[in-house]
Structure formats: structure tokens, C-alpha cells
Design a protein around this ligand. Structure first.
Ligand code: C5P
Length: 312
């Protein structure tokens, strides 16, 4: 990865960026600005998008996308990657003339932060291409302006996220590697819609804010086996995601029947993460889950992995 990030004089920069999952996603009340207070533990996993930025003779920013779900993504300002490039251009007083290409492997709109990951990689790539000198706190600020989990996507690894998810704490000294089977299903859950459903269910006294992360911290720092990590995976959005897409619970139960040690909705869904015992078990589990008609795409990934900038 580092050689990709050092070619500042070359006209083309490629940056690979991993997906994120939330091992713990505690959702508090909505704040005055509409965002919800979070206590989350992020882990970057080995599903990567690659962002390539190339100097162009034409002024402006063009975007092309290939790979998984490419047709479904906007290629204008609605795409976070374009917005990220514009922010770096403004910050660095550059008149942009670039082509951006996203090669997608991270399932889109699945609760894996694919759009945020692309934005993070575009920030890094454009800063290199245009040789915009940015302190890391300035880069973090641009990232947070683009989305709550973009700062984590810049760094990867394992981090605690608070605030709306953008305030990162890298104090967990994580030891183990965990293997996941990542299964998408048809359909889409919009993130704001899922947060609204959390609020609606809370008004009906369903669900609560899970703030306690000490047992998870201990498990990660001790490198406990997957079977001991399994009961510590918490997602306060899970009940809302299942309420919006009840078929998710069939997928989750199916994976558990197939031998997963845990089934965990990824972020606001609808991707489901199945925790495997080890790398070999993940292969067997993925084969089984692929046979379930409700599972659309099934990937194997491990985590944690480093982000486009090494986690500090
Ligand atoms: O920050 P991001 O752009 O990813 O957020 C998308 C939407 O998700 C927000 O507009 C908000 O509705 C919701 N959100 C939230 N609380 C958070 C993060 C996101 O309510 N902590």
C-alpha cells in the first residue's frame, strides 16, 4: 500500500481501501443536529475498493465505476468520492482536472461503508496527486465533513468511535484476527431510515443504548477465540434493520444453522456478517451460505486490516 501513497509526482495514484464493520454499535438519542450519539467499535476488514485518480487534459472531475453494483452508483456530486476530490481541490487551491475511477469490491449500500471508504481513499489519492500538504487533523476534519465513518475509513484497524462516529480512539491494542462470511441480500436499507426506525422502536420501549464496551475491549486485547467474541457482538440497529427487512432474520438463522458462531447485522444492514471459527471454517461456512437463495453475494474477509493510512 505504501508505494501507492508515495508516487506524488506521477500522474496516476491508486489507493486501496477496506470496508468497515462495527463489532459494537451502540446508538444513543438523536442530538439537536439530527445525528445520533454513538459508542461504536470499528474493525476494518479485507474487502477492498480501489480508487484511481489520473490527471486529465480536460478541466473538471469525471468519475467512472466498475465492479460490484457499479450501475447503481451516482457519478456526479452525489457520489462522496467526487465531493472528497472537490474538498481537497478547494483546500489546496487547485483547479481540478482529473478522472477518478472506482473499482468496487465492497458491496454497495450494505452497511459496510463502501461510499465512505471511497471518499477516504479519494482524499488520500487527491492529496498525493496534487501534493496538497495536509496535517492529519486537517485531513480528519475534511473526512468528518463527508460522513461520520469517513475518518475511520482513512485509518482502518480497530478503533472506538464516539460522537456521531467520527471521534476516534485507537487505544484498543487488538491481538486476534477474525474471519467473517459477509452475505448480502436483495434490497436496500437507507441509513437515515434505519436510524428513524431505531427512534420509533425506542419510543415503543424497544431497544436501548448499549454503551458498555469493556468486555469487547478485553476480548480483542486478549485475542480471545471467535467463540468468545461471538456473544460480545452488539448492534443496537439490528432490531430496526430486521423490523424494516424481516427476511434478514431468516438469513441470520440460516447462517447459524450452517455453523456460524455468530450472526451480526453490519451497521444499518442489510449485509449480515457471520463469524467463523477460523480461516478454514470460513471457507466451509461460505459454501453453505452460498446455497441459501436469500443470500445474494457471499464474501470471505478477515479483520482487522490497515486502512489507506496506517492506524496510529
Ligand atoms: O454521516 P453520514 O453521512 O454517514 O450519515 C448519514 C445519515 O445517517 C445522517 O444524515 C443521519 O440521518 C444518520 N446518522 C445518524 N447518526 C449518526 C450517523 C448517521 O442519525 N451518528
Amino acid at each position: 500500500m505504501s508505494d501507492m501513497l508515495t508516487g506524488s509526482t506521477t500522474p496516476v495514484i491508486s489507493v486501496s481501501v477496506p470496508a468497515k464493520i462495527n463489532l459494537h454499535l451502540g446508538v444513543g438519542d438523536a442530538r439537536d443536529d439530527g445525528f445520533h450519539e454513538l459508542t461504536t467499535v470499528y474493525q476494518a476488514i479485507s474487502l477492498y475498493d480501489t480508487v484511481t485518480v489520473k490527471r486529465s487534459l480536460e478541466p473538471g472531475i469525471t468519475l467512472t465505476v466498475s465492479g460490484e453494483g457499479a450501475d447503481a452508483l451516482p457519478t456526479d456530486d452525489d457520489n462522496l468520492a467526487v465531493r472528497a476530490a472537490k474538498l481537497v481541490a478547494i483546500y489546496g487551491h487547485v483547479d481540478p482536472a482529473i478522472d477518478i475511477h472506482l473499482e468496487k469490491n465492497i458491496p454497495i449500500a450494505g452497511g459496510l461503508a463502501g461510499g465512505s471508504a471511497d471518499a477516504a481513499a479519494t482524499l488520500v489519492a487527491c492529496a498525493r496527486l496534487w501534493q496538497v500538504d495536509m496535517r492529519s487533523d486537517e485531513l480528519d476534519q475534511l473526512a468528518a465533513g463527508l460522513g461520520s465513518d469517513v475518518p475511520f475509513c482513512l485509518r482502518g484497524g480497530v478503533a472506538i468511535g464516539t460522537g456521531r462516529g467520527e471521534e476516534l480512539d485507537y487505544s484498543i491494542n487488538t491481538q486476534g484476527t477474525y474471519y467473517w462470511v459477509v452475505a448480502t441480500s436483495d434490497g436496500h436499507i437507507s441509513t437515515p431510515e434505519c436510524y428513524r426506525e431505531v427512534d420509533r422502536l425506542r419510543d415503543a420501549n424497544i431497544g436501548r443504548y448499549s454503551k458498555e464496551i469493556q468486555p469487547l475491549r478485553h476480548a480483542l486485547e486478549s485475542g480471545l477465540p471467535a467463540t468468545e467474541l461471538a456473544p460480545l457482538l452488539i448492534n443496537d440497529m439490528e432490531v430496526a434493520a430486521i423490523s424494516l427487512r424481516p427476511e434478514l432474520s431468516s438469513l441470520m438463522h440460516g447462517g447459524l444453522e450452517d455453523g456460524a458462531v455468530a450472526a451480526h447485522v453490519s451497521g444499518s444492514g442489510p449485509t449480515v456478517l457471520f463469524l467463523a471459527r477460523d480461516a478454514e471454517d470460513a471457507q466451509t461456512l461460505a459454501k453453505q451460505i452460498r446455497q441459501r437463495p436469500i443470500a445474494k453475494d457471499v464474501h470471505i474477509a478477515h479483520g482487522p486490516v490497515a486502512g489507506p493510512l496506517a492506524a496510529s
